[in-house]
Design a binder for this molecule. Structure first.
Ligand code: FE2
Ligand code: FE2
Length: 167
């Protein structure tokens, strides 16, 4: 990859982070009753999303759905096989309990994502559509469940009401 390719990767990472960060800042601003500042954060987040999409597109990072599932599977696999296990150990060594919990939740959920993506890829390759059903995402740990929210999250123990429906 040439310098511009590397620059696009860096810019994509930065804009992606900024868009997420601004959405969290918007939530905070809402809680602090700064309604219009919340809106400004959401508008800027939307713009950073446009930039992120443009940058990723320019490096050919958005392929066919079959290819994209492959990339998603690889990414999730790397996270729960290598990245998070190392991070969890380090957090334990550093006695950073909050980081340890955060990494552990993500580590467990990446396994779930990996399985869901693999199933989707197999179904796609068989020329079929995956089941038409909603997903429920635990707002504490990110656990992602197809069809119906469980009574209790099997990863973090949160009650059903913590699950957000995704259409
Ligand atoms: Fe994931
Ligand atoms: Fe959970």
């Amino acid at each position: 990859m040439d310098n511009t390719g590397e620059n696009l990767k860096t810019a994509f990472a930065g804009e992606s982070q900024a868009s997420r960060r601004y959405l969290f800042f918007a939530e905070k601003a809402e809680k602090e009753s700064y309604k219009s500042i919340a809106r400004l954060f959401r508008a800027a987040a939307e713009a950073e999303t446009v930039h992120a999409r443009n940058h990723l597109g320019a490096i050919g990072g958005i392929g066919t759905t079959e290819g994209n599932l492959g990339i998603a599977i690889e990414g999730e696999h790397y996270e729960f096989m290598q990245m998070y296990p190392g991070f969890i150990d380090q957090a334990e060594t550093d006695k950073n309990k909050r980081a340890q919990v955060s990494f552990s939740y993500a580590n467990e959920v990446e396994k779930v994502h990996h399985a869901l993506y693999q199933e989707a890829l197999q179904t796609l390759r068989a020329g079929k559509q995956i089941k038409d059903e909603p997903y429920y995402v635990c707002q504490v740990c990110g656990n992602t469940v197809a069809g119906e929210a469980p009574e209790v999250c099997p990863i973090c123990g949160s009650p059903r009401k913590q699950f957000k429906r995704v259409e």
